[in-house]
Design a protein around this ligand. Structure first.
Ligand code: ADP
Ligand code: TYD
Length: 211
């Protein structure tokens, strides 16, 4: 079996930066790495970007805004394909899979949209649990500064209020899911990377060696 690591956090927390650094670290150690993300780049991911995340006629289908339940189902459908076509087969081949976002994003964001958390947990029950989930925790003000200037393509990016709810939700989820570890994402990229590597060594690699 391979190793499955997920990076989570609000928009601009540094997930993609740290996912790349971690992938490089594993590759230098001789592991085969699959670096991936959600929403994916498949047809489902594209549909999500078109119906949920694109600017302009945001989320409009047949003249009305897409419901939050439909959004949650689209993210889950994209994830099901991701799990069955990429994540599981790669883990079976002994690879390291690093995903920028996973089902915790659905729990944090769609819960912030007012959906029932337990319904969301049940909906995502098919999703194999990672060995380690790193929550990059950052105050919203700092994340907004970091993504300021980035082309605004989602309504999520615009609303600091929603980001605050999402941040709080992630911290609550960290109490419920034991694989989630919180890292202070205010530090420098290098310090955060070192913190992540320390977690990977202690929480994942050592446990595998002990088996
Ligand atoms: N530790 C850090 N300190 C300052 N800026 C950072 C740090 N990590 C990432 N950034 C910058 O912040 C922005 C958002 O980072 P990114 O990795 O794209 O976040 P995410 O994938 O979580 O949206 C990028 O411009 C990136 O270069
Ligand atoms: C995976 C996932 C993402 N999202 C949101 C979080 C982000 O604000 C947004 C898009 O993710 P993002 O990481 O910004 O993707 P990209 O930069 O490739 O467009 O989707 C959910 O609401 N639920 C989910 O299940």
């Amino acid at each position: 079996m391979g190793i499955f690591i997920v990076l989570e956090g609000i928009d601009g927390a540094g997930k993609s930066t740290q996912a790349k650094l971690l992938a490089k670290w594993f590759e230098e150690k001789g592991y085969e790495v699959v670096l991936t993300k959600e929403p994916t780049d498949t047809a489902f991911g594209k549909l999500i970007r078109r119906l949920v995340l694109t600017g302009g006629k945001e989320g409009i289908i047949d003249g009305a805004r897409i419901s939050h339940e439909a959004e949650a189902l689209l993210f889950a459908a994209d994830r099901a394909e991701h799990v069955h076509k990429l994540i599981k087969p790669s883990l079976e081949q002994g690879k390291v899979v690093i995903s920028d976002r996973y089902f915790y994003s659905s729990l944090a964001y769609q819960w912030a949209r007012g959906l029932d958390l337990n319904w969301l947990v049940d909906l995502n029950r098919f999703a194999v649990r990672p060995n380690l989930t790193i929550l990059l925790d950052l105050p919203v003000k700092e994340s907004m500064n970091r993504i300021n200037g980035r082309k605004i393509k989602t309504e999520f990016d615009k609303i600091a209020e929603l980001q605050r709810k999402v941040r709080k939700n992630y911290l609550t989820l960290a109490e419920r899911f034991e694989e989630i570890r919180i890292i202070n994402a205010l530090a420098s990229m290098e310090d955060i990377h070192n913190d992540i590597v320390a977690l990977v060594e202690h929480e994942v690699l050592r446990r595998i060696e002990e088996r």
